[in-house]
Design a protein around this ligand. Sequence first.
Ligand SMILES: [Zn+2]
Length: 97
Amino acid sequence: MYEVCIIETEMKQTQATKKAIERDDNLCQWCLKKRMRITRCNEGHHIWGRAIVDEVDGIITLCRVCHQGTEDGGEPTRDQLLDIMPEARKYENEIWQ
Ligand SMILES: [Zn+2]
């Protein structure tokens, strides 16, 4: 998991990721909405996986710590991220059809 994360962050960001980070004002949304912290960052997390949904509404800005947490299967979980970003739920049906 750790190696995957390194590769992910070193990979070129997609246009959708850049737009999502811009929308979130470069702030980790989990820190901002759940931990009451302002954490500036430039990492986008594809909630459904980059290969499945690479759309602005499917990407959330997360700091290194939160990103690592979710990639490692800890917190925030996908459900927790969907709670603070309900617009990403619309892809759920598409994916499992
Ligand atoms: Zn964070």
